[in-house]
Design a protein around this ligand. Sequence first.
Ligand code: T3D
Length: 258
Amino acid sequence: MSSILLSIQNNVAFITLNRPDKLNAFNGEMSLLLQGKLDECASLHEVRAVHLSGAGKGFSAGQDLAEVVDPAGPGLEKILSEYYNPIVTRIRNMPKPVLAAVGGVAAGAGANIALCCDIVVASQSASFLQAFSKIGLIPDSGGTWFLPRLVGWQKASALAMLGERISAAEAERIGMIYKVYPDDELSGASMALAAGLAQMPTKALGLIKHALNASFTNSLEAQLALEDTLQQRAGSTRDYREGVKAFMEKRLPTFTGE
Ligand code: T3D
């Protein structure tokens, strides 16, 4: 069985991290496979939202530590530049929403791959852990970039340095994730969210992502100019015309992602 599964239903691509006996820890093969599936999702027109989850009881325990102690394994430099960084940039640059459904522990790179998604939901029993400092590393896979933006400098420092495991409820409370659901409701709720996203104006959602990606490094003036440019693009879509027409006709819009 492949360590990454992909199925597409009703315009949603379901990607599953699939090494459940290893808590979906990433090895090189799995990282490269995930990159390939993300490319597929980005290029397939029928895919209008991506749902990322883990098989079994974890989301992902991050790097498979058995691989890093293997003398024949990849070195640290390769692990970041060839495995994790391209995953994070693919998720952030994909012009479609990516939702992470965290149904168990998300640790190390596993946590930060979840946190780089556009919307993160979790089950009540899920947990998040910047495991890096426990083994003498620093948060990677964008952790030092996303964490302060999500939860502020103080919480980010504490989470990164202490490496404490925090509950999904705490992650929601501090703004690290969007929402927590009871364990038996996560799957249905996250699929419904992804299904809803897949019926929305896909190009506008991609442009929202583009604007948010730039917002923390732009000046206000630069961000206003970017909004202006991107709004012109959104305004030239079929979905914008349909949204306004449907509003005027007092009916629900039918968006096609065009
Ligand atoms: O050089 C580099 O490493 C560069 C790469 C950096 C990116 C990274 O992601 S670094 C961070 C790597 N991840 C970790 O350090 C997390 C290590 N795991 C844990 O701290 C705990 O396992 C968890 C908090 C994730 C879960 O705890 P718990 O009590 O729910 O489960 P467990 O019993 O510890 O783990 C279950 C099994 O999964 C266990 O195997 P066993 O004893 O049943 O055969 C455990 O060894 C295995 N496992 C968990 N995490 C990993 C792992 N095996 C390999 N790699 C792992 N990361």
